[in-house]
Design a protein around this ligand. Structure first.
Ligand code: PGA
Length: 254
């Protein structure tokens, strides 16, 4: 049985005071933590503040990006060893906003994925098709390519201790959630791909849904066989919404 996981992706939001307040409220919420894991991924400079705010709770923290190298002359970038020092558990890689606005290729995303693993961080690999790709009947092939870019020759058990988030680009920040059936179909495809080379990992790995998930839509999504939680953008910035999603995750595990 896979324990559900809910991770907040704050994106480029939050000032110091707000971040401490929000993280503190989530850490203090009454949640049955035996049935759900939680993580918060704030902007880099807020990681340490969030860590302190949640340190007495089971809430973990992480980053939204990292560089593929472990050190060097890469002005403005952040390396995996530093994230590890800051106690990060998770790091998001390949978010569609990074692919689209910062030109990250699947190859670069794969390098970041392995940089995370090399540094003992759990990568949350984001995959998902655009609306045009879905309309053209290419959703499955796009997601397959994004997963296979990381799998490489398939010899390595790449997704062991990793998480995948299926985030259809047309659902991110649009208020338009994928239907539970649409999401389940893609989650099953992803799990099947991982299972091909590594059945145990494919069965046990968590696959999160992301894209306008809210407390109200979470229960139906999380009731799907292959949906193990959520990667939450907008709704992670409101304590009551995020806690509502965490409670839906707990309920899906009972
Ligand atoms: P959203 O974002 O929940 O605001 O749609 C999800 C994400 O981009 O990770």
């Amino acid at each position: 049985m896979r324990q559900p996981l809910v991770v907040g992706n704050w994106k480029m939001n939050g000032r110091v005071g707000e971040a401490e307040e929000l993280a503190g409220a989530i850490a203090a919420a009454e949640i049955d933590w035996e049935h759900c894991g939680a993580g918060i991924c704030p902007p880099f400079p807020l990681i340490d503040r969030v860590a302190k705010a949640v340190s007495d709770s089971p809430v973990a923290w992480g980053a939204q990006n990292l560089h593929a190298e472990d050190a060097g002359a890469f002005t403005g970038e952040v390396h995996g060893p530093l994230l590890k020092d800051l106690g990060c558990t998770y790091v998001i890689v390949g978010h569609s906003e990074r692919r689209e606005y910062f030109g990250e290729t699947s190859e670069q995303v794969a390098a970041k994925f392995f940089a995370a693993k090399r540094n003992g961080l759990v990568p949350i690999l984001c995959v998902g098709e655009t609306e045009a790709e879905r309309d053209a009947g290419k959703a499955e092939s796009v997601v397959r390519e994004q997963v296979q870019a990381v799998v490489g020759d398939g010899k390595e058990d790449a997704f062991r201790d990793a998480v995948i988030a299926y985030e259809p680009v047309w659902a991110i920040g649009t208020g338009r959630t994928a239907t539970p059936e649409q999401a389940q179909e893609m989650h099953a495809l992803i799990r099947g791909l991982v299972k091909q080379g590594h059945p145990v990992t494919g069965q046990s790995m968590k696959i999160l849904y992301g894209g306008s998930m809210k407390a109200a839509s979470a229960p139906e999504l999380m009731a799907q066989e292959d949906i193990d939680g959520g990667l939450i953008g907008g709704a992670s910035l409101k304590a009551d919404e995020f806690v509502g999603i965490l409670r839906a995750a707990v309920a899906s595990d009972l």
